[in-house]
Design a protein around this ligand. Structure first.
Ligand code: NDP
Length: 399
């Protein structure tokens, strides 16, 4: 018997709700709350079992506390935006409830994401005897767990990590983002940081490009090195890593649009005055772009996301690749959503399930790779994101 409060009725929230609702023995009661009640009700109407819905402004701790006190959940699952992470963590502390999210905190007025703000809650969660699980999506999330699983089962010591996120899907729009446009654009326009010889090295955004051929005939894609939040915790939790990099595929049309939008100031996060009103360009742009949660029916193709790890086993160097391939249309048939929301929402449900069942337990703030990877990997196979591990003879990324 357990009850979850899911906050955020966007693309990812819809998948989380679908997947939790399909496991009534674990998720006995579900409440979905978000800023716009009608979005919660629309998701609820897609389900074949009843859930509760509520309106909440998750920027306001008092409102969250009131909602949590009235719903009395065992766990709050935060799939709103990274801006709300700290207010939701504050509300969980105030009400004595465990916490889970899929993206690290980012202040609205600074395009900078890092774990320091959430790691600062460590002592408070410990003292309260509560658990906060950070980054239970796909990347971060499954990619952290892939790394932990490979390190646990295939190596004595891991040395190099390349996380490669390919989206071979096509939605037919000249420009659209697969998850929240504001968060997506802030992420891909940020300076690149990768880890090399004990420190993070900064290079200009999108300045390093390579070609990558996915397994199982998903195709060959241009991938670009960029900063991604899981690198920050992985290099701490796997201190034997000498290099860690994150790569994502982008199509030429996406990059061309992004460049032009950046050049004309449309991706800016500073308010500008327009006809007597202050507007933030990137928020205005978000209003013009397709809502990612509407891309499901039109997105065709597959995602291929995984980790290539080099390291040592029994004195010999070896290379292991763990990946998942997911078909956008299969996701749409199952939960009326494209694969980016699906690959985030399923790991969020699995993390929540493991916490509610007590398989993953602890006091304090945890990055997901700190927990035993095995039950999560089993969950991925069971709930729609099967993975494979293959050994590679060689691995070099080049232009
Ligand atoms: P969406 O923009 O589709 O959904 C966000 C939802 O949060 C919306 O329903 C929005 O409400 C709601 N929301 C925003 N602000 C508030 C607020 N103040 N109070 C209450 N609700 C609020 O985003 P996605 O579903 O694409 O992404 C959700 C999260 O998942 C993000 O944090 C994103 O970074 C993360 N993510 C993680 C990934 C991973 O692999 N780890 C991959 C993809 C996403 P409204 O509709 O009214 O605006």
């Amino acid at each position: 018997m357990s009850k979850v409060l899911i906050i955020g009725a966007g693309g990812v929230g819809a998948v989380v709700v679908h997947k939790c609702a399909s496991l009534p023995e674990t998720f006995t009661e579900i409440t979905l709350a978000s800023r716009t009640l009608s979005k919660c009700d629309a998701i609820a109407a897609q389900l074949d079992r009843p859930i509760k819905t509520a309106q909440v402004d998750a920027d306001k701790v008092d409102d969250l506390v009131a909602l949590i006190n009235s719903e009395k959940p065992d766990l709050v699952l935060n799939v709103a935006l990274p801006y709300q992470d700290l207010t939701i963590m504050d509300a969980c502390l105030a009400t004595g409830v465990n916490y889970l999210d899929t993206a690290n905190y980012e202040p609205l007025d600074t395009a900078k994401f890092e774990y320091s703000w959430q790691w600062a809650y460590q002592d408070r969660f410990k003292e309260a005897g509560l658990m906060a699980l950070l980054g239970s999506g796909f990347d971060p999330g499954a990619t952290n767990v892939f790394t932990a699983y490979i390190a646990k089962h295939y190596f004595d010591e891991i040395h190099e990590l390349d996380i490669i996120d390919v989206n071979g899907g096509d939605h037919g729009y000249p420009f659209a983002t697969n998850f929240n446009p504001e968060i997506n654009i802030r992420e891909v326009t940020a300076e690149c940081r990768h880890y090399e010889n004990g420190e993070f090295v900064t290079t200009p955004a999108m300045s390093r490009k390579a070609r990558f051929t996915c397994p199982e005939e998903v195709g060959t894609y241009n991938i670009y090195r960029m900063y991604h939040e899981e690198l920050e915790s992985l290099v701490i939790n796997f201190p034997s890593l000498k290099r860690a990099q994150f790569w994502m595929s982008f199509g030429d049309s996406y990059l061309k649009h992004l460049e032009v939008l950046g050049n004309v100031g449309m991706t800016g996060i500073e308010p500008v005055e327009f006809q007597g009103t202050q507007i933030v360009p990137i928020q205005f742009l978000k209003a013009l772009l397709p809502d990612p949660s509407t891309l499901g029916p039109r997105t065709k193709g597959k995602t291929c996301i995984g980790c290539v790890v080099k390291g040592m086993k029994d004195g010999k160097e070896k290379i292991v690749y763990c990946y998942n391939i997911k078909d956008h249309q299969d996701c749409y048939k199952e939960v009326q959503s494209q694969a980016i929301s699906y690959t985030t929402g399923v790991p969020a449900m699995i993390g929540a399930k493991l916490m509610l069942e007590g398989t993953w337990a602890g006091e304090g703030v945890f990055n997901i790779e700190q927990l035993d990877p095995d039950p999560f990997m089993q969950g991925l196979n069971e709930y729609g994101l099967p993975w494979k591990v293959i050994e590679l003879d060689s691995f070099e990324l080049s232009d």
